[in-house]
Design a binder for this molecule. Sequence first.
Ligand SMILES: NC(=O)c1ccc[n+]([C@@H]2O[C@H](COP(=O)([O-])OP(=O)(O)OC[C@H]3O[C@@H](n4cnc5c(N)ncnc54)[C@H](OP(=O)(O)O)[C@@H]3O)[C@@H](O)[C@H]2O)c1
Length: 358
Amino acid sequence: MSHIGSVAAAASDAARPLRTFQWALIGPGSIAHRFAEAVTRLDGCRLHAVCGRDAHRTQQFADRWSQPGDTAVQAHTDPAAVMNDPAVDGVYIATPHGQHFEYALAALQAGKPVLCEKSLVPNQAMGQRLVDVARERRIFLMEAVWTRFLPLYRDLAVWLREGRIGALRGLQSSFCFPAPYDPDGRLFNPALAGGALLDVGIYNLTATRWVLQQAYGQVPPLQDLQLSAVLAPTGVDSRLSVSMDFGGGLVSQFICGIDTAAPNTLQVMGETGSIVLPKTFWQATQAVLQPARGPAETLERPFEINGFENEIREAMRCVRAGEIESPIIPHDETLAVLGWMDRIRAMARVRYPFDDPQ
Ligand SMILES: NC(=O)c1ccc[n+]([C@@H]2O[C@H](COP(=O)([O-])OP(=O)(O)OC[C@H]3O[C@@H](n4cnc5c(N)ncnc54)[C@H](OP(=O)(O)O)[C@@H]3O)[C@@H](O)[C@H]2O)c1
């Protein structure tokens, strides 16, 4: 083909609309509604099917998100129906963390790209097994750490890379909420990988790694780790106060809990200024930069839909480009966070049934 011919072909490819990306969702619980809303309102994709254990609840979910003038969202109770459906382009998994592995593995083995809620799995060994399958089969796999995709964080990255607060000195953050104690519920049940760390502390850890990566290009080796843990009667962590020392006085301190309230802020301290995400830092739309001298600067970056749109767009971009991981939350990043969580849980003496060798 001539050069002109290839340019013409490329132009016509660019003009051709992409086929609608069809999502299937497993685990139609509370967060699944947020995903369904984003997928329904985003251009270029739709919710094709939903799979849950209870036929009535699953059908209700499918009815809620079926759109007038579009084919109804299918409701299934058998995951195989989703995995074997050629119309499914990607599977989003929103069951409790203890049940992510089995569904993610089944999807990957069926050749379906996977976007899986955090925490991807209960421990690093299970994460490595999933990543190995994704790499061997060349199927997309991404942990849905939506925080890293928020527009606010893109601008924060510029502040950090440009050294707007000078040399990084430390971080403090909290992510806590008071959950009613239910030994069988997903937050307190070890069989569902309950506990504060995997449910909310993962955000303190990912924010720590993300800030260090922006400031230094990589996460310096962890020199020391100290913590204080409060365990629930079921043995899972209901609260952790953690101090991570990266050397040279650079420390990230955080508290995560499912038995207490907290300001839920992120503070990043530097030699010549600080950055504060004043509320719910994992879903922040506002950040304030306060130089040691001079006026504060405030960033406002509202969500386009509900905050999930960015991670969904990135997952679809990767799948369409034939990529098996996203540079924004690559496999090794998920595995590194799982490794930190294993270490913290070992110190806190929190064990899951999944931790025993299979
Ligand atoms: N990204 C975020 O902002 C965010 C926020 C909250 C949660 N999450 C994550 O999303 C996941 C789900 O949390 P959620 O708050 O949505 O929980 P949830 O409301 O309890 O929903 C969980 C769903 O999974 C199903 N399920 C429960 N136990 C199961 C089992 N043993 N096997 C298979 N399916 C099971 C439930 O089915 P039934 O209806 O049949 O019981 C329900 O549909 C968790 O991993 C959590 O960390 C993320």
